[in-house]
Every structure is written in C-alpha cells, then in structure tokens.
Design a protein around this ligand. Structure first.
Ligand code: GUN
Length: 285
C-alpha cells in the first residue's frame, strides 16, 4: 500500500521552525514583514491570500495587505511596488496571480526587487535557480522538494517526469530535480504518449491542473507521486470538492503519494513564510 506523505504535518513542523526563526530575528532588531497584493476579487485568490495572511500572523510575521480594485491601472501597481521596494521595513513582496488581463504581469513581477521576491518569479531569481546559484526559490517547487526529501535520499540517476510546464511549478521544480542529478523529462499539453513516458518514472510531479489525469496504469510500481493539482469540481448532487491531478485510489502500487488536499498546498504556504524569513535575514548580511 502506498504511503501518504503528510504535507499538513510537515508544514506544521516547518512553521514551528519559522516561528522560532522570527523570534530570533526580532531579538536582533528585525521584524520580518510580508506585503501581499491582491488585484480584483478572484474567489480562489481571496482564499489563498487569506490563508497566507493568517499563517503569517501565527508565525509572528507582520503582514501588510493591499487589496486593489480590479480596474487598478498598471502604473498604479508599479508605483506601489516601487514604494514597497524602498521600504526597509518590508522584507517580502507577493503579488497574487493571476492579475487582471489589462495588466502586464511580467512587467509587474520584474519590478520587484529580487531580494524581496519571495515568490521567486523575478528573472534574476529564475536565472539563479537555473544556474544553481542561490536566490529565492518559488514556494510550491520548494515545498515539493521537501515532500520528496521525506522519502528520497539520493536523486542521482532517478527518472523524474514533471507533467506541466508552468513558470510557477513545472519549470522550477524541473530545475530543482536537475540540480539533484535526477534525469528530468518535462511534459505538457502537446506531449505525445504521456502514459508511456510517465510509466518510466521513479518520481512523478503532476502539475497539469487536469483532474485525475494520472491513472494507475501510468505509474510504475514503487514510484513516488506528488500531486500538485487543485481543481474544484461539482458532483451530481451539487457538492463541490477539490480534486488533484492523480487518480489516487488507483495508485496503491506506488511507494508514496501526496493527498489532495493536505499535501502540496500547506507546504507552499510554509515555504512562503520561510522565504520571507530568509529575505529578512539576508538584510543582516
Ligand atoms: N497564484 C497561484 N499560485 C501562486 C503563487 O505561488 N504565488 C502567487 N503570487 N500567485 C499564485
């Protein structure tokens, strides 16, 4: 029977470490602070932002919320970022995605000072990740590696298949796996023969946003499967639930799988707080 990797418990342990690290920084005169910007009222984004702010409070990180109208102009958002970049009391800046269509997201993200870019989306941090030279690492990929580290010691030569090529998950997690010397294949919507590719994998990271895409026959005996999908579906009775990218009930022959919810999600937030503490600590150096 496949082990369930308990992301909730791992996130709790990480948050306890972060809380201690915050207290240590406070003792050295630094109050870690995270600014979170939400433009518009996308319901899923509202939930995520609410969770991020709540977890900050629990860990003793000051959070500054900016909730802006959906018709906010790009230049107004840029001006706010400039202000936060210049504010020494703010250590992390997070712009919740997606942004409304009239805003050029890459211009906005590029404006954040790389040292405050706790999402790791700035080209400087992306470049650092791809050259293995430090920088802030995107939260979900970082959380995925911590989940994998709980069951895998040595990645060298393992076959890893990443399903989905997004900038937020697929590409950065591929870089992290490559850094550990796994042999990495990144697949996407146009990939041919995906089940056969997946079946060769020792590690599958499913980040396609396609409910129950990964079926039992796609997964090799003993593989480790990380399910990054979170899709809200409504059943025949009108009940909504969150489902992942993997048909988890068909994966009992895997070595370990992450549940949805309670796998990757809690780790993403724990890593965001850890990144905020890293960014605050870096101001001491
Ligand atoms: N929207 C979906 N995932 C993310 C994330 O990791 N960071 C931000 N800022 N927005 C998101």
């Amino acid at each position: 029977m496949a082990d369930r990797i308990d992301g909730k418990a791992m996130a709790r342990a990480m948050l306890a470490e972060t809380t201690a690290a915050v207290a240590d920084l406070e003792a050295r005169g630094i109050s870690p602070a995270l600014a979170v910007v939400l433009v518009g009222a996308d319901p899923a984004s509202e939930v995520y932002v609410g969770r991020k702010v709540r977890e900050c409070e629990k860990a003793g990180i000051r959070s500054i919320e900016h909730r802006l109208a959906a018709d906010t102009e790009e230049d107004a958002l840029i001006a706010l970022i400039d202000e936060m970049n210049a504010d020494g009391a703010i250590h992390g800046i997070l712009i919740q995605l997606p942004l409304p269509a009239h805003i050029n997201a890459s211009r906005v993200l590029d404006r954040i000072t790389p040292g405050k870019d706790v999402d790791g989306f700035h080209p400087v941090n992306v470049g650092r990740l791809s050259t293995g030279t430090g920088g802030l690492v995107p939260c979900t990929p970082l959380g995925i590696m911590k989940l994998l580290d709980s069951v895998i010691e040595d990645y060298r030569g393992l076959d890893a298949v990443v399903i989905g090529k997004s900038n937020i998950v697929g590409k950065p997690v591929a870089m992290l796996l490559l850094e550990r010397e796994a042999t990495v294949t990144v697949t996407h919507i146009e990939t041919k023969g995906l089940p056969d590719i997946a079946r060769k994998a020792d590690i599958i990271v499913a980040a396609a946003g396609a409910p129950h895409l990964v079926r039992g026959y796609w997964v090799k005996e003993g593989a480790v499967v990380i399910d990054v999908g979170i899709t809200r579906v409504t059943d025949h009775d009108g009940h909504t639930k969150i489902v992942g990218d993997c048909a988890t009930h068909e994966l009992e022959h895997a070595r370990a799988v992450t549940p949805v919810p309670g796998g990757v999600g809690p780790m993403t937030i724990a890593c965001l707080l850890a990144n905020t503490v890293s960014a605050a600590r870096a101001t001491l150096e």
